[in-house]
Ligand binder design. Structure first.
Ligand code: TXA
Ligand code: MG
Length: 521
């Protein structure tokens, strides 16, 4: 198959040259300062096109010939800077014409894609009007809005989460940051994931991620958000980097790590084979909070799997985690970014306060949306075995693949998933389930973790209600942060309710049970 090429579709007025109304003569052309350098960087990896709406032609303000003369001048000037424009597409219509080519209509991009064999999904549109971003969306490309030209005036009309940059130079930096990741993983146009499906990250964050990716590739260790909890990551194929994770967390070596990946090609590099059942689960649940245990390949270091012949793998759903994985170009081994046995972090502040000084970077993505760790399912046996309940409800898994084996997960002596110790997730403050038979010592300062806020007879210093409306999903998202807050109060005891034993309630009860395992009173 012929390799698809990637393209950048550039708006003309307000993006490459100043917008001074409908131009009829080359003498009216003013290039933006510093527009040549970014374009000459982009031309190495992309075919460049200009797509411009010139409704002044239909409105008889200018003629088609005049517009073409201006275009030719723009192209010639760019050529003098060694930047070649593959084609210029000019729409001469106004709205009344109801044509197929006026941006955000897609006619020109579709023509270009056919003629030049373009990979539109991995292509970009840059422009100073919301219709430029919309055009990108309409063909599955990534749109980048620039604040030059009309950009500042219309930015309120942009869809939330659109990529925005100050000017063409910044837009180019953004594209280079993003496309660097493509090359690191697989050649552009190879099968697999859409590499640009998270166009919501700001440039500053992308630069931070790029820096973090470099650190990971150089053997460093740092923390990044996932949809479940914050992870503490290192290059999974670098045993020295992985060893530092264990050191920083003070984690015993018998506790294997989960390896995070960005696409299926990476999975094939880690595991011996991908059984049909795995593919079914992956199609349905990835990216997302489901970890699959499969037979590992030789290349996965023993330190990652604690010497097991199997490896646990997941594709996270968080845009920052995915972007980091893509830019790093290597699988990332990552446990939760807390000290061993302690409560998992669901905000960057949690990570900062436990590990801040020991790690090489910390990417702040705000609070995690799921809030409990991934569900772990072993596909080594048939039927599969649930090793840890977590963010993907077991009911959803069973609806897809039928009954899976559940083991008694709460045993200290013989943890079913290696490392699933009973005393885990524990705040420093003793924690236990409410039990009317047990009295609370006098003068005790007590915190309470409640589902919807039931009233207790005991005197409570602080109550954390995890979901007033009774949503287990919301409760899971709030669980660890509530534990962290109560722990910070220096209380004598934390009481918690038992949650309904279904969906994410199962994971919540599991974490609370482990957190309470050492409490004596
Ligand atoms: O949501 C999550 O999974 C988070 C985020 C950061 O992705 N990560 C996480 O990692 O929870 P961690 O280290 O807390 O969980 C690792 C657990 C081990 O304790 C073990 O139970 C299981 O995953 N595990 C890892 N490798 C395994 C293997 N080869 N066989 C069986 N279980 C394994
Ligand atoms: Mg414009």
């Amino acid at each position: 198959m012929k390799k698809l090429k990637r393209a950048i579709f550039l708006d003309r007025d307000g993006t490459i040259i100043e917008d001074r109304g409908f131009l009829s003569d080359p003498s009216q052309v003013h290039f933006y300062e510093n527009c040549f350098e970014p374009l000459s960087q982009l031309k190495n990896e992309f075919l460049l096109f200009i797509v411009t709406n010139q409704s002044g032609i239909a409105d008889k303000v200018i003629t088609l010939e005049q517009a073409n003369l201006v275009n030719q001048f723009v192209v010639k000037t760019l050529e003098r800077h060694q930047i070649s424009i593959t084609e210029v597409y000019t729409c001469p219509h106004n709205n009344k014409d109801n044509c197929d080519c006026k941006k955000p209509k897609t006619f020109f991009l579709e023509e270009a894609a056919k003629k030049y064999n373009l990979d539109l999904k991995n292509s970009f549109v840059i422009g100073d009007h919301p219709h430029d971003v919309e055009l990108a969306l309409n063909v599955g490309a990534t749109g980048i809005y620039v604040l030059t030209g009309h950009g500042e005036k219309h930015k309120g009309e942009l869809a939330p989460g659109s990529l925005c940059s100050a000017n063409l130079r910044e837009a180019a930096e953004l594209i280079i940051a993003k496309s660097g990741s493509v090359n690191a993983i697989s050649p552009p146009g190879s099968a697999g994931h859409n590499y640009f499906h998270h166009p919501t990250l700001e440039i500053k964050m992308l630069q931070e991620i790029q820096n973090a990716a470099k650190i990971i590739r150089n053997g460093g260790v740092g923390s990044f958000p996932t949809e479940t909890v914050y992870g503490l990551g290192a290059n999974a194929l670098d045993k020295n980097g992985v060893a530092r994770i264990f050191e920083i967390k003070k984690r015993p070596f018998f506790d294997p790590l989960i390896v995070h990946i960005a696409n299926r090609e990476q999975l094939s590099e880690l595991v011996q084979d991908i059984p049909p059942l795995a593919n079914k689960l992956i199609d349905h649940f990835w990216p997302g909070p489901l970890t699959l245990v499969l037979q590992k390949k030789e290349s996965v270091p023993d330190i990652v799997t604690s010497g097991n012949p199997t490896v646990a793998v997941r594709m996270p759903e968080h845009p920052i985690a995915l972007e980091l994985l893509k830019m790093a170009g290597v699988p990332i081994a990552a446990p939760s970014a807390n000290l061993f046995g302690r409560t998992s972090p669901t905000t960057a502040e949690h990570v900062q306060s436990q590990l801040g000084s020991d790690i090489d970077f910390l990417l702040d993505g705000g609070p995690c949306s799921v809030g409990v760790e991934s569900t772990i399912l072993s596909l080594i046996t048939d039927p599969p075995v649930l090793l840890r309940s977590g963010g993907t409800p077991i009911e959803a898994i069973e609806a897809l693949i039928g009954t899976v084996t559940k083991l008694n997960n709460s045993s200290t002596e013989n943890p079913v998933a290696p490392g699933q110790l009973l005393e885990h997730y524990a705040p420093r403050t003793p924690l236990r389930f409410i039990d009317s038979a047990k009295t609370i010592p006098h003068n005790c300062r007590v915190g309470f973790i409640s589902f919807q806020g039931v009233h207790l007879p005991e005197k409570i210093t602080q109550t954390e209600i995890l979901s007033a409306q009774g949503s287990l999903t919301e409760a899971a998202a709030n669980l660890f942060a509530a534990m962290h807050r109560l722990d910070a109060l220096g209380l004598d005891l934390i009481l918690c309710e038992k949650f309904p034993d279904r969906s994410l309630g199962i994971a919540i009860n599991d974490r609370l049970t482990r957190a309470s395992a050492k409490t004596k009173f």
